[in-house]
Ligand binder design. Structure first.
Ligand code: NAD
Length: 531
């Protein structure tokens, strides 16, 4: 099946108006009988044309993918971890070499500006390098202190959990499928990925690259189709579920996984705030805020949707921010000439526009934007800055996931922090100040899994040695760092007892035994070398 795919050196030249240029990747989908499967169309957001079709998989296909993955997993796990780590390092080199073709595919089906596709290339390279170099140490068997010093030898092993069911969103279709699979793979798991309906081809190209890097094809399976149809069978079959998507879907997945006690990590939505402190350089902050709010047309889990500015600097900041927002270049170019691309789909477009119209109807002021850009493509939306936003508006409460930001003045830092934390979400925050130590102190008072000082999101997100994820309803578990690897393992403790067991020896009464143990515990508590 894999050999039918053209070699990577001959990628198709993707243009959104070209009919079905991505179908060469279709045979990489795992399904029982690919030919008889209903076709699922994938649309180019830039112009609404068809970029290709993938099979609409069924529950039987999911079961088959898991069966094949499970059969292959044991041999993969039996390889020395250094061998699996070497595969990641090869992927690092491959993704950098193949970036132009990968970016074409990402742009064709996700409709994003090329620079935001490049963020995904960086993410895969960083994760591949990080886990490729550090996983062997993080997964190494560790000696632990035993019950009876000298008599109990204890080792903690890290064993792969089995087969991971990875369910991904469309907004970063390479990072959320391939990068998130890397720690699972290096830990010795097999992975079955279900990419979002909108962006299956990027995951398939990722599978092609993983194969080139040395991941056996059975160890990384891709099933394509509808989340609500395939989700329950993925959760039923998986040993651990790794989900990234909306908090709404995350709740459903958490319930299903909980009912059968399947481990699961959930990376969910946010309503992220950017706080301008009163000592911030306003011009530098306005530049950073534009990137923080409008990267990937705001379709980024860690993007800023709420901006808090000291009242004394409010007008000056708003003027700078408006100027920079209006200077953004929107385009569907397959080159680095655009700052912002399209929204992904008609649904996303409708949601974003509904948030803006609801806000305006309830009294919000549009500083700039607030309207579609049909001259550029069906789902382009002007970067939008709102003021006079009140809690009754949808845009104040819900994740918009589009190029829309509300700017609020604040009078005291206490009031700003109260407003920032007054949300069920807790994903990401950004703080701007001339004094980084002050930024760090304020960060400790923000209820978010990542906080960036003098950056919007990439400083924390791309520092892959540190965990990334959400507090409150923004998620359970973390990607990146040691946690992002160990969540795909089980800890197994093996203790070897020599000599005396923890039981009365023959001829010793229970009461004498308990007095002896009590004396022993006191001794150990007080002897520095033993405790
Ligand atoms: P979504 O929840 O609609 O879909 C995500 C995935 O879940 C898709 O593959 C979809 O097919 C699948 N799905 C849908 N219903 C399902 C069900 N009932 N059972 C199982 N799977 C199901 O999210 P989306 O619109 O694709 O992505 C946008 C959301 O993702 C935003 O809320 C964003 O904040 C979030 N996100 C979070 C992070 C993070 O790291 N925290 C990263 C990227 C995106």
């Amino acid at each position: 099946m894999l050999d039918d795919a053209p070699a990577l050196e001959r990628p198709p030249e993707v243009r959104p108006s070209t009919p079905a240029p991505l179908d060469w990747l279709r045979p990489l989908v795992t399904c029982v009988q690919p030919a008889s499967r209903e076709a699922w169309p994938v649309q180019a957001p830039f112009d609404g044309t068809l970029v290709g079709t993938v099979p609409r998989c069924t529950e039987a296909d999911v079961a088959w993918a898991f069966r094949r993955a499970r059969e292959a997993q044991a041999a993969w796990a039996a390889q020395p971890v250094r061998q699996r780590a070497a595969v990641l390092l090869r992927l690092h080199d491959l993704i950098l070499k193949a970036q132009a073709s990968v970016l074409n595919v990402i742009q064709a089906e996700a409709g994003k500006a090329r620079i935001h596709g490049f963020e995904e290339i960086i993410e895969v390279a960083l994760s591949a390098r990080h886990y490729g170099l550090r996983a062997p140490r993080l997964l190494r068997t560790q000696r632990r202190r035993g019950l009876v010093p000298g008599l109990t030898a204890v080792r903690e092993h890290r064993v792969p959990t089995g087969v991971v069911g990875l369910i991904a969103p469309w907004n970063y279709p390479l990072a959320m499928t391939i990068s998130d699979a890397l720690p699972a793979l290096v830990a010795g798991n097999a992975v079955v990925v279900k990419p979002a309906e909108e962006t299956p081809f990027t995951a398939l190209l990722g599978k092609h690259l993983l194969r080139e890097a040395g991941v056996p094809p059975e160890v990384f399976q891709v099933v394509t189709g509808l989340g609500e149809q395939l989700g329950p069978s993925i959760i039923r079959e998986a040993d651990v579920v790794a989900f990234t998507g909306s908090s709404e879907t995350g709740r459903l997945i958490g319930e299903q996984a909980g009912a059968q006690l399947t481990k699961c990590s959930l990376e969910l939505g946010g309503k992220n705030a950017l706080l301008v402190l009163d000592d911030a350089d306003l011009a530098v902050t306005a530049d950073g805020a534009v990137r923080a709010c409008f990267a990937n047309a705001g379709q980024l889990c860690v993007a800023t949707e709420r901006l808090y500015v000291p009242r004394a600097h409010y007008d000056a900041f708003l003027t700078l921010f408006k100027q920079r927002t209006e200077a953004l270049r929107l385009s569907s170019a397959f080159t680095y000439t655009a700052d912002i691309g399209s929204l992904i789909s008609a649904d996303q477009f409708a949601k974003v526009h509904a948030h803006v119209t609801d806000a305006v109807a309830r009294g919000a002021t549009v500083v700039t934007g607030g309207h579609p850009r049909p001259d550029l493509g069906p789902y382009f939306y002007a970067p939008t800055v709102l003021t006079d936003v009140t809690p009754a508006m949808r845009v104040a409460q819900e994740e918009t996931f589009g190029p829309v930001v509300s700017v609020y003045p604040y009078d005291t830092l206490e009031a700003a922090l109260e407003a920032i934390n007054d949300t069920p979400f807790g994903l990401n925050a950004s703080i701007w100040t001339r004094r980084p130590s002050r930024g760090q102190a304020v960060a400790a008072r923000v209820q978010c899994g990542t906080v960036n000082v003098n950056d919007g999101y990439s400083a924390a997100y791309a520092s892959v040695d540190a965990p990334m994820g959400g507090m409150k309803t923004s998620g359970l578990g973390r990607r990146h760092g040691a946690e992002g690897l160990l969540k795909f393992t089980e800890a197994q403790t093996v203790a070897v007892q020599r000599g005396l067991p923890l039981a009365p020896p023959p001829g010793v009464s229970v009461s004498l035994f308990t007095r002896g143990v009590t004396a022993g515990l006191r001794l150990v508590r007080n002897l520095p070398g033993l405790r």
